[in-house]
Design a protein around this ligand. Structure first.
Ligand code: HEM
Length: 564
């Protein structure tokens, strides 16, 4: 009955409708659906996914990825996915998406689904419309060119250490855990950028060794440094979002040891952050420069200048809000958020890029030629950010193309305000769509990013070369047709940060090395590469888009042979 009531609501909008029996985000369905798909594959082996009826295809949580631009062809640029839970309007018109992103008050982010990210306090993604500009102003000022310069230097340093780890035994035969190593690298870059304090790279096997030594020495916490605490907190963010860390860390005996350990790491992280924020505040009060990291910029943009000498921060959220500043808890909330938003997004994209590059030695060659030409054979320690980053267009192309097809965030839900909102949608009656108050609307990023109208050259193929124009510059996609970092005032402030990190890592690695797939017994090199491509296309979307079985393809990094 609820499904049919929702169908009636959707019909009133005069848009094509696809019915599904469960809301794709329904918690029970999220948990049981992998089993359902496994069972289906077993019962009907070799049945192509495209031959299933819509009711099956659109009940899959990954339908954005599997359908790509087909929905625009079949249903047009605005249509509705209707379940007993809700009507989800789907939009794949670049102009309409940009219009919605710029009208952030009319089409806001549904903050209630991000509330759980407020582990240490409110942040730019958890507060309502009224407080959002205050948070955004403080967060946006932290991202500047001096930070990018540091990200470049640190990412190169980490990439060299990672390459050394990958080319030394035991990893030289095959990388034990490529995804985990790239996550470590990305975490080290973020941790170092916060306070301009570098950390040594530790590969997955070294981390296992560290943790077993800690257990032997009875160190229950393994959070000796800010980076270690951040690693545990980021890795176990989901339990921390569900249960307040104070409860996990409390000495209640019924709390399992594993959870208690996570709780203690969260308490340690708060302690590190508190003392670091205090140090930055004192430096400011003494008229000193501070560390110059992300944290210095955040503290300075959020600090209450009038009372800095006395208490450092506006006392509470209310007084901070009156002055347009951030309270202490809000600063901690935003530091956590920046770390959370900036860690896995870049790391999973780099992991996809590694897998795809392993499948395509020709693209590695293409990258290598550019890196050698731009660096002029100088050692990595002399690679200058301002001189090299703008010229490493092929490295940037690999990252941009990976984000086009494998964007880590593929759903950007919007909620229309409490008044009807009009959108200009060409081709509809009167070229308008009136969106009822409180409607959920989803811009279909992967649909526009694979639409042949905007990406005419084999849009579903991973082809980094499409980003290099005939004049040798970087392609500027048609407005609204490429949105992995979203768009408008609420778009990602870490866009350049992530590009600088990714380009440095790719240049640092592929300047002198190649990655290859280790073939299975009896498998040809060609078949092994096909397996790497298939692995990149076998994905799951939990918090981010990830490969299901990256560990099923063994990669090896080898030094590039010098000609002659
Ligand atoms: C490939 C890498 C990245 C991608 C694809 C990405 C994507 C996005 C997207 C799509 C949003 C908007 C989310 C929404 O509206 O619901 C966003 C927001 C945000 N991102 Fe990123 N991001 C990346 C890297 C980073 C990095 C490296 C940082 C920081 C170091 C960062 C910090 C943030 C923050 C703070 C926000 C919230 C902005 C606001 O609400 O005003 N991101 N990101």
């Amino acid at each position: 009955i609820r499904l049919e009531l929702n169908v009636c609501r959707a019909r009133a909008l005069k848009v094509p409708i696809v019915r599904i029996p469960f809301d794709v985000n329904n918690n029970v369905w999220v948990i049981i659906q992998p089993l359902v798909w496994k069972l289906l594959a077993r019962l009907l082996p070799n049945t192509p996914w495209s031959s299933y009826p819509d009711v099956v295809r659109f009940s899959h949580r990954n339908w954005y990825f599997t359908e790509k631009s087909d929905t625009a062809e079949r249903f047009g640029r605005v249509w509705a996915l209707v379940s007993p839970g809700n009507v989800h309007l789907q939009v794949s018109d670049p102009d309409v998406i940009r219009d919605m992103c710029s009208r952030w008050r009319d089409f806001s982010r549904p903050v209630q689904i991000y509330k759980m990210l407020a582990v240490y306090g409110p942040s730019v993604v958890t507060v309502g419309l009224q407080d959002w500009p205050r948070h955004r102003k403080a967060v946006a000022t932290t991202f500047n060119e001096s930070i990018n310069q540091f990200v470049w230097d640190e990412s190169l340093r980490q990439a060299l250490s990672m390459t050394q780890y990958w080319t030394s035994p035991p990893s030289s035969a095959a990388i034990p855990d490529m995804e985990e190593d790239i996550r470590s690298l990305s975490l080290n870059v973020l941790a170092a950028t916060a306070f301009r304090e570098p950390y040594a790279f530790r590969g997955s096997t070294q981390l296992l060794q560290d943790s077993s030594n800690d257990n032997k020495n009875d160190k229950v916490n393994n959070t000796r440094t800010y980076r270690d605490a951040l690693r545990v907190v980021n890795k176990h963010a989901i339990p921390l979002m569900l249960i307040p860390y104070r409860y996990l860390a409390s000495p209640i005996p019924i709390i399992p040891q594993a959870l208690a350990r996570i709780g203690r790491a969260a308490v340690s992280l708060r302690g590190f952050l508190t003392s670091m924020v205090a140090a930055e505040t004192e430096a400011l009060n003494r008229g000193e420069a501070g560390s110059g990291g992300l944290m210095t910029h955040l503290v300075r943009s959020a600090l209450d200048q009038e009372t800095a000498h006395r208490i450092g921060f506006a006392d509470d959220v209310k007084s901070a809000s009156k002055k347009g500043l951030l309270s202490f808890d809000e600063i901690l909330g935003n530091v956590f958020l920046i770390n959370f938003a900036g860690h896995d997004t870049t790391a999973v994209t780099l992991s996809f890029a590694m897998m795809l590059l392993a499948a395509r030695p020709d693209v590695q060659e293409w990258l290598h030629d550019e890196i050698v030409a731009v660096s002029g054979g100088r050692p990595v320690a002399e690679w200058d950010y301002h001189e090299m980053f703008p010229r490493l267009l092929r490295c940037r192309a690999v990252f941009l193309e990976t984000l086009r097809l494998y964007a880590p965030i593929i759903g950007l839900p919007k909620l229309s305000s409490d008044k009807p909102q009009t959108l200009h949608v060409p081709g509809r009656d009167g070229d308008t769509l009136v969106v009822p108050p409180g409607s959920e609307i989803y811009p279909l990023l992967l649909c526009v990013q694979t639409d042949p109208k905007y990406w005419p050259d084999e849009p579903r193929k991973w082809k980094p070369a499409r980003w290099i124009t005939q004049e040798g510059g970087l392609l500027v996609p048609e407005l609204g047709s490429y949105l992995p970092w979203a768009d408008g005032p609420q778009g990602c402030p870490g866009k350049k940060f992530s590009q600088v990190e990714a380009v440095a890592v790719l240049a640092g690695l592929f300047g002198g090395h190649r990655v290859r797939v280790v073939p299975r017994r009896g498998e040809s090199e060609q078949q092994a590469r096909g397996r790497a491509q298939a692995c990149a296309d076998d994905v799951n979307y939990d918090l981010l888009l990830r490969m299901n079985h990256a560990d099923g393809v063994r990669l090896q990094v080898v030094e590039t042979e010098v000609d002659g």
